[in-house]
Design a protein around this ligand. Structure first.
Ligand code: WTA
Length: 640
């Protein structure tokens, strides 16, 4: 397979080349893609100045990403399995789609979208469970040049509506329902509720999955099977410019409003394929399984685009790790003889807690590479993963990256880079990290700790925030001139290896999901009895970070006092989804604020961590008494 590094010496050589001459480096990689027309110039960029950030890769190149997945692979891989789909319930039969079959489904659904009048540049929101049609829908959008915006099917109606409206999507694709463990999620009902406040949506395409009853809005709602009725599979891909938008994916930031991260066609394509091949050292014929949901960036890049561009066989799993029992993951590994397995530390920790017998009864001998993503992996989890799951023989790739980066940035190359537990190790070729102090001075040399930034563009990077280019500049490029700000703190050890420490902004990493504290506060404040709230993260054994909410309520009766916590949780579930539900809620009578009214989160974080001994200087507080009250968990006045 081309463009694959095979030794540490080669890694260092490629890395040097990629820094000395990034354009030549990426051009050579992009040569192996299928272009309708080659680029005129490899890179055009500025992080500052008028219209910044301006990042154009493979300028004036013409292509379609699906031609790189299908037409390019058709001679050699028509009958090779592209996607193995494992249903939620092990009693249901799996689905194997070859490249040829998947191609036909994509072209057919693309034709269905065209029949409805969907055009290049239209935004299509997708709110589906982890079924093969989710991959089909996104690839069909890419085929016709429509921009997909996938919304994780665990988000609430309000969160879905916000995302649809921010992108002014004119199509929604959903299903009657979705299976998740023992539960049936009424996705169509949730979508119906969302659509009440989404005036731009003309078509709601509904896939049958659970066969549950749904309400129907004539004119707007259309069954998936009716949309594809009679459209055939002849379809010519839309020719896209390198910098045409491929997709939008919303992620949380430090303000309440989610950000629509914009990724474009050619750069994302080249980067996702290159990173996939190199990080996991995928070999032809291997079976790769990434357990993420396609609703997150990990699923975009390493269930669908990266693996399929590389001609891999990719496993897609509809269910959850602990249902019907805690051996579900390992049963699937054994069933499909999975070679590369990629998951999140939170899943590992949750499974450790279930006991080793769920692992040892399955044959995991097919595994050759293990990966993690989404949050720092603690040493204990790393050891268990390495020793028990990998049988001591599989390298672990701890991959650091973000929705904004499009693909993996700092990571070992499996079996090549010597690893150390909890370290993401070294940047991939083409990735130029830099650590700075809060004033923006570069911290040179090894054995330093600072704010992680990237100083040169890479093909997979975000290009904008949908509808708000200025916010993109403000969020990522304004704190330190000329640098992309990741929002993470990191340490470079004596050997030059990176250890990611965690977010430096008001974003909490809960079970590998990014949750903005402001978003949760906004949701909590929707409860009629809530006056104000402050949300911080605290260390949580399984989730990595848990959500701790300090809430001021007005005039609670004793009865209300007993129910308020559950009501607040329900409110957050309604406005965002269960993933953002606070783990701890403390009703307080005041919050520690500076005289200018700013909440001192540092103090709340310390208290949340259970470490109230060293709160630092509290003399600038408006009312230092509240701190004591919060520490002792002082009861607020109860109205009688
Ligand atoms: C965190 C997920 C430590 C980090 C692909 C980052 C990590 C955020 C790692 C992005 C890792 C991701 N070690 N922390 N290997 N990978 N993170 O956008 O804080 O959902 O900024 O993308 O997850 O989360 P996102």
């Amino acid at each position: 397979m081309t463009n694959k590094i095979t030794s540490m010496a080669e890694y260092y050589q490629k890395y040097q080349e990629s820094v000395a001459n990034p354009e030549a480096f990426w051009a050579e990689i992009a040569e192996s893609s299928f272009w309708r027309k080659k680029w005129d110039k490899v890179l055009d960029w500025r992080f500052d100045g008028p219209g910044a950030p301006m990042v154009n890769w493979f300028v004036n190149g013409k292509l379609n990403i699906t031609e790189n997945i299908f037409e390019r692979n058709m001679f050699t891989r028509k009958d090779q399995v592209a996607i193995i789909w494992e249903p939620n319930d092990p009693k249901e039969k799996e689905v194997r789609l070859t490249y040829g079959e998947l191609f036909d489904k994509v072209k057919e659904f693309a034709n269905g979208l065209l029949k409805l009048g969907v055009k290049k540049g239209d935004r299509v929101a997708i709110y589906l469970p982890m079924v093969p049609e989710l991959a089909v829908a996104m690839l069909a959008c890419a085929r016709i040049g429509a921009i997909h915006s996938i919304v994780f099917a665990g988000f609430s109606a309000t969160a879905l509506a916000d995302r649809i409206n921010d992108a002014s999507a004119n199509v929604l694709i959903t299903s009657d329902g979705g299976f998740r463990g023992s539960k049936k999620i009424p996705l169509k009902d949730i979508a119906d509720e969302a659509l009440e406040s989404c005036p731009t949506v003309e078509h709601n395409i509904v896939l049958k999955r659970t066969e549950q009853d749904v309400k129907w809005t004539e004119g707007r709602d259309k069954w998936w099977h009716d949309v594809i009725e009679g459209v055939g599979i002849d379809n010519e891909a839309e020719v896209m410019d390198s910098e045409d938008t491929l997709f939008i994916l919303y992620t949380s930031g430090s303000t309440g409003k989610p950000k629509g991260v914009v990724h474009t066609t050619a750069g994302y394509m080249v980067f996702s394929e290159y990173t996939f091949k190199n990080v996991f050292q995928y070999n032809d014929g291997d079976v790769f399984w990434c357990t993420a949901d396609i609703g997150w960036v990990t699923g975009h890049s390493y269930i669908v685009y990266g693996p399929l561009l590389a001609g891999a066989t990719s496993v897609m799993f509809e269910g959850v790790p602990t249902w019907p029992d805690a051996g579900r993951f390992w049963e699937i590994v054994a069933k499909y003889k999975v070679n590369q397995f990629y998951t999140a530390p939170t899943a590992i920790r949750a499974l450790i807690a279930q006991g080793n017998e769920w692992v040892t009864k399955h044959d995991l001998s097919s595994l050759s590479v293990l990966g993690t993503v989404g949050e720092p992996i603690n040493e204990e989890a790393w050891r268990w993963y390495h020793d028990l799951i990998g049988g001591g023989k599989c390298p672990i790739v701890d991959t650091w990256w973000q929705t904004e980066t499009g693909g993996i940035m700092i990571t070992p190359l499996a079996g090549i880079t010597p690893t150390k537990p909890s370290l993401a190790t070294l940047p991939l070729p083409g990735v130029q990290p830099i650590l700075v102090d809060p004033e923006g001075n570069e911290l040179k040399g090894n054995g330093v700790e600072g704010i992680l930034c990237i100083k040169f563009p890479w093909p997979g990077m975000l290009r904008s925030l949908y509808g708000d280019h200025k916010r993109c500049h403000e969020t990522y490029f304004s704190m330190f001139k000329g640098l992309y700000l990741t929002g993470d703190g990191a340490k470079r050890d004596e050997e030059g290896y990176y250890r990611i420490i965690g977010r430096i902004d008001d974003v909490i990493n809960v079970s590998g999901h990014r949750i903005g504290t402001a978003e949760v506060e906004d949701a909590i404040n929707q409860h009629p009895k809530v006056n104000e709230s402050a949300v911080v993260g605290y260390p949580h054994e399984i989730k990595g970070s848990g959500i701790y909410a300090y809430v001021i309520c007005e005039d609670l009766s004793e009865d209300e006092m007993g129910t308020i916590e559950n009501e607040i949780k329900a409110t957050v579930t309604k406005f965002i989804g269960p993933i953002a539900k606070p783990d701890k809620i403390q009703i307080v009578s005041g919050l520690p604020k500076t005289r200018s009214g700013k909440i001192m989160r540092r103090i709340l974080r310390k208290i949340g961590e259970g470490d109230a001994t060293n709160l630092g200087d509290t003399s600038t507080l408006l009312d230092p008494g509240v701190v004591e009250e919060i520490i002792t968990g002082a009861k607020v006045e109860v109205k009688r």
